[in-house]
Structure formats: C-alpha cells, structure tokens
Ligand binder design. Structure first.
Ligand SMILES: [Zn+2]
Length: 101
C-alpha cells in the first residue's frame, strides 16, 4: 500500500503563503502586511512589489506590537530601527484592528 501524501494536501498550489515574524503563523500572503528594509529604513510595502529584504506581519495591532517590542522585525530584516522609524511603525500598528477575540 502506497500512500501519496502530496495528494492529501488540499488546494495550496496557487496561494502564496508567508509567516508572520511576530506570531509565526502561516497565512495567505494577502492577509499579511509586507515590510521592506531599504537603506536601513523599514517601510510598509502596500503593493508588495518593492525590492529589498522583506518581512511579514499580520494586519492586526498585536502582531505589530510584538514584532516591534521584541525586535522580531529587526531580526527578520537584519536591521536596527531608528527611534523615528520604530515610532512610525508603532503608530501604524495602532491603527490596525485588534485580533477579534
Ligand atoms: Zn502575526
């Protein structure tokens, strides 16, 4: 009896998936927000098409907080955030909805 394990995985084929650097959950790319590091500045990549090292965070404020406070984002992007940069990203995180619990 041969089990073809590949056939048991449903419909992943055409959905790009990434994991959030804060909670590590794997989600569809469109559910995550991409951040890109360019010349030491971390910016939000809304269109998802910028070049540079990228990292993903869920579009909920908790993950932005975790990602920024625990330096997960910096680690993922191999960079050091400036105070201003961190502040700007924190502000963005606060504007996001909280996880619905
Ligand atoms: Zn997350």
């Amino acid at each position: 009896m041969k089990i073809k394990s590949k056939e048991q995985i449903p419909q992943y084929k055409h959905i790009p998936q990434r994991s959030c650097v804060a909670c590590r959950k794997i989600k569809e790319k469109r559910e995550l927000i991409r951040l890109v590091c360019n010349d030491g500045i971390v910016d939000i990549d809304i269109a998802g098409k910028r070049t540079g090292r990228g990292a993903y965070l869920c579009s909920i404020s908790e993950c932005w907080e975790t990602g920024l406070k625990r330096n997960r984002l910096e680690y993922a992007l191999r960079t050091k955030l400036t105070m201003e940069n961190r502040q700007a990203l924190m502000e963005h995180g606060k504007s996001l909805p909280k996880e619905g619990k």
